[in-house]
Ligand binder design. Sequence first.
Ligand code: ADE
Ligand code: ZN
Length: 337
Amino acid sequence: MSTAPIEPLLPSAELHLHIEGTLEPELIFELADRNGITLPYADLEELRSRYEFTDLQSFLDLYYSNMDVLRTEADFADMTRAYLRRAAAAGVRHVEMMVDPQAHLLRGVPLADCINGVAGVLATSLEDYGISTELIAAFLRDRPAAEAEEVLARLIESKAPIAAVGLDSAEMGYPPEGFIQLYRMAREAGLKCVAHAGEEGPSHYIEQALDLLLVDRIDHGLRCLDDSELVERLVRDQVPLTLCPFSNVRLRSVDTLADHPLPQMLARGLNVSVNSDDPAYFGGYVDDIFAQLRQTFDLTPDQLAKLAANSVEASFAQPDRKAELLDLIRNWRRAQD
Ligand code: ADE
Ligand code: ZN
């Protein structure tokens, strides 16, 4: 389906993005070649044929398998540059990017190579791409909490340039309550806290993330709709929910984009934003998502501007940067008249 782009580009912040989920098939082959790795796919076409998912786990299997091509600091840096280039073309002006250090450590990649590769590029992202950035270390909820705590201790000890911690990977059966100590450590180190909750998992995982992990934002949060009292609370407290509509379609949380509850969530007063999650896997970057949402739901300029402003306000950007970005969004809105 061809969708007209939004013109001029809608400026926004991307708050829910896994950098490993931006590895495009071409880059996977390029890095495999560079590192002397034989991929289990003959060519790009065969790799692309695997991008059909039935649920979160079926995606995670491919996501973890493909990240095996990331071996050196330069690999992490090239992946990060490729994303920032594409994000700039999508109108993204601020990114809070997750990286999965544990997943790389488990493959034998030194922590410093992963963190320095990504963070080295982020250090000059504003000058190089016009995008301010923050790095979030995400921990794998389907691994032991003690392992995550050890990795976080190493990140803190080495003064890794991270702004926040996150919680990702397979959700069902791995509730937030297992990670209370991890989040306590993060808060004591002055870090912000986010967690995936209510992507596939039940609505009470969202409550646990708020009450036990004291998170600043919920990644996804879609399943809050199963509990009207929780929705009331999320509206009252304006808890940011970083929605990822393409991801929800591709991982079968909703049947089609037209079935996505984003317009109802916006109308209900929930603090929702639009994000790409793993754009190389789910069919598009933030500009593609905004364009398809606009077409599917006939979103007005006010609704689009509200989604973009929510993303900026829910970010961990400095107040002056937030003001600058909100100004850009107001100018975009005026240009639509
Ligand atoms: N890791 C990368 N993408 C993810 C997602 N959509 N949910 C949970 N963990 C992830
Ligand atoms: Zn995610």
